[in-house]
Every structure is written in structure tokens, then in C-alpha cells.
Design a protein around this ligand. Structure first.
Ligand SMILES: [Zn+2]
Length: 364
């Protein structure tokens, strides 16, 4: 007798299940891949995070996900293709956090561009940085290519300082010059008419007034006097040889340098009028009979103690590419104790401090 074979129902059931799954998912995949996202994504923040969470199934089950999305679409709370954007970005490999950023900050055109470009791991890192600005993203990329030693954070800081531009190119007016932390460099300048309102005359004890009366802002003077007096107790002596300079004084000085050295050379050590920190009334050139040298005990003392009074050496050799100036071992700048302490402890330039803290503060 022939033994009748018992059909393998379990296998059949599994095959049927598999085919069913394919029938459901293949069209979904094809639709998602081919649908081109054109319409803008209209939604409020609350609804948006709901849909995003739903798509990533955070705190929701599958049924709720479908219900939420259907409901939002039906009520025109989200665009028909919002979920497509999200899925495509997810397929590209972008994290939940990055997709969140992209949908909230980029417009439809930029998102489409992102979807056409290769996945970028750097992009995910860039958007976490406090200074990240999508409008400057292309500048970050080309600057990064030319400066491969920089961290991504340094790239955003240096682009914020316009260091990818030529000196004096598209320079910006410093519109808060009375601030103790105003920034003036080869990318930021002062109005020709700007003069601090609290300039005071410096005493002969603290400044060389032989050729003209030295003047400086009151707060700077108070701290400078303390610093000079305390240094004296340590056997260190110095005084101001140059302090506040008017726009026209700097103009004449610069012109003389250009006549003697030519403009290219003059630009490496002298500021153009409007671009000198001396016009802020917060900078001093110091001397002890002779201009202070880097290997002197005066330099060392100020480098180690100046920050306690709010002073820093503004132009150091290792920072020439950031400050745009050849090292000046005699030029000190008052930035206040907080900024000076941070700059001293972190061994950075005032320019970088400004980008990190002052620009960020102004943005908020
Ligand atoms: Zn100077």
C-alpha cells in the first residue's frame, strides 16, 4: 500500500505569509523610492515631532503610527510627502536627531539636494555645533578641505570669523564698539567717527606722555594701574607707550608705513585706519625703556598674570593665521577678567573667544 504523504501545512503557511509580506512591502518600497517630494512640509512643531516620533515608533505601536499619520494628512497638518522625506533620509543613513534638524531647518529645495547627495557623516557632526549655520555649510566644506588639521568646531569658528576671506574683503562694521569685548581685526572695522566716551588721561607714572598725552578708557586705566603697581612689587616695570589712537592718527601712521615699506609689507604689521584696536581705547603698547620683547621678564610676567586684571597679549606668533598680524610682544588688550581668564586657561585667541561666546550670545 502506498503511504499517503501528509501535506506540510506549516511550510505552506509560511510561504503564503512570505508572499503576502512581499506583496505588501514591495509596492511600499517602490512607491517610496520613486515618489519625488515636491510640496513643502507644512506643520507646526508639536505635530511634527509627533509624526517623527511615530515614524520612528518612539512611544507608539504600528497601528497608532498609521493612525497618527493618516489623521495628520487628512487634516492637512502635514504634507502628503512628509513621511517620505523622513523615510528617505532614514534610508540614506541619517540619524533621528539629524532628520529632526533637517526637517525643522532646511527648506524643501535643500532637503531634496541632501537626498541627491551622498550621505555625509560630517553633516551629522556639524549640526550639533553651537555655531553651525546651514547658509555657511558650503564654506565649511571648502575650508575644511584646505585645512584638514582643523576640527569641525574650529572650522565653524574660523568661518564665523570670515577667515576663508581675504583680509579686508567684505569686512563688517563693529556695531557695538563700546563693549569691552568689541572685536576689531582685518575683517571687522570701526566707524571713522567712533571715539569712546569715557577716555581718561593717563598719569606720567603709567604712561610716556612726552610726545602726546596718552588716553585710555576709564575701566581699562583702573585695571592697568593695578597691574603696573602689582608688577612693581614683583620687581617688574613697564608703562604705556601708546594707548588710544584716533582714526586720523592711525591713518597718518599707516600712510607713513606704506611710504616706507610698501602696502603689502605695511599690512603685515600695521592696521589700516578703522581696523586698529587702538581706536577702541582698550589696547596699549607697553615698554620698559625699550619696547617689550617676547623673551623679557616683563613679557613673561604679563603673560602669566595679565589675565587677573583683564589683559591679554593680543597677537602671538602661533596665532598669526587667525589674528592676521605678525606677533606683537608689546601690544596688550583689555577684554575684562572673565574673557581674559578663559582665553588664558584655554590658550586661544580673542578672535576665537569672540566667535564662540559673543556672537553666540548676540544670536540668542
Ligand atoms: Zn599696538
Amino acid at each position: 500500500m502506498k503511504k499517503k504523504r501528509k501535506p506540510n501545512y506549516k511550510l505552506r503557511r509560511n510561504i503564503a505569509k512570505f508572499i503576502l509580506i512581499l506583496l505588501i512591502f514591495i509596492p511600499i518600497i517602490i512607491i517610496n523610492k520613486t515618489k519625488i517630494v515636491n510640496a513643502p512640509l507644512y506643520f507646526t512643531y508639536r505635530e511634527y515631532s509627533k509624526v517623527l516620533d511615530a515614524l520612528f515608533e518612539v512611544n507608539y505601536n504600528n497601528k497608532e503610527v498609521v493612525n497618527i499619520i493618516t489623521d495628520l494628512k487628512k487634516n492637512n497638518k502635514i504634507n502628503d510627502s512628509t513621511d517620505d522625506y523622513i523615510l528617505e533620509l532614514n534610508n540614506k543613513g541619517y540619524s533621528h536627531n539629524t532628520i529632526n534638524f533637517i526637517l525643522l531647518n532646511l527648506d524643501k529645495k535643500d532637503i531634496t539636494k541632501m537626498l541627491n547627495n551622498k550621505y555625509s557623516k560630517d553633516f551629522e557632526e556639524y549640526i550639533k555645533l553651537p555655531l553651525f549655520n546651514y547658509n555657511k555649510y558650503n564654506r565649511y566644506l571648502s575650508y575644511q578641505k584646505k585645512n584638514t588639521n582643523l576640527s569641525l568646531e574650529d572650522v565653524t569658528v574660523q568661518i564665523e570669523l570670515d577667515l576663508d576671506k581675504e583680509h579686508y574683503e567684505d569686512a563688517v562694521l563693529e556695531d557695538n564698539p563700546d563693549s569691552i569685548t568689541a572685536l576689531v581685526n582685518k575683517h571687522r572695522y570701526l566707524d571713522e567717527k567712533y571715539e569712546p566716551s569715557d577716555l581718561v588721561d593717563m598719569d606720567d607714572k603709567y604712561a610716556n606722555n612726552t610726545y602726546r598725552q596718552m588716553r585710555i578708557r576709564k575701566e581699562v586705566y583702573e585695571e592697568f594701574k593695578k597691574m603696573v603697581d602689582d608688577a612693581k612689587d614683583d620687581g617688574i616695570k613697564f608703562y604705556a607707550e601708546s594707548a588710544y589712537r584716533t582714526f586720523s592718527f592711525q591713518d597718518n601712521l599707516y600712510k607713513e608705513y606704506v611710504v616706507s615699506y610698501g602696502q603689502a609689507k605695511a599690512d603685515t604689521f600695521a592696521a589700516r585706519p578703522g581696523y586698529s584696536e587702538h581706536q577702541l581705547g582698550t589696547s596699549l603698547d607697553i615698554a620698559n625703556t625699550w619696547t617689550i620683547k617676547e623673551d623679557s621678564k616683563e613679557y613673561k610676567w604679563i603673560d602669566e598674570n595679565g589675565y587677573k586684571y583683564g589683559f591679554i597679549f593680543r597677537y602671538k606668533e602661533k596665532n598669526e593665521n587667525i589674528t592676521g598680524y605678525k606677533a606683537e610682544s608689546w601690544h596688550i588688550r583689555y577684554v575684562g577678567k572673565d574673557a581674559a581668564t578663559y582665553i588664558h586657561n584655554h590658550n586661544i585667541t580673542f578672535d576665537e573667544y569672540y566667535a564662540k561666546f559673543i556672537i553666540t550670545k548676540n544670536k540668542k
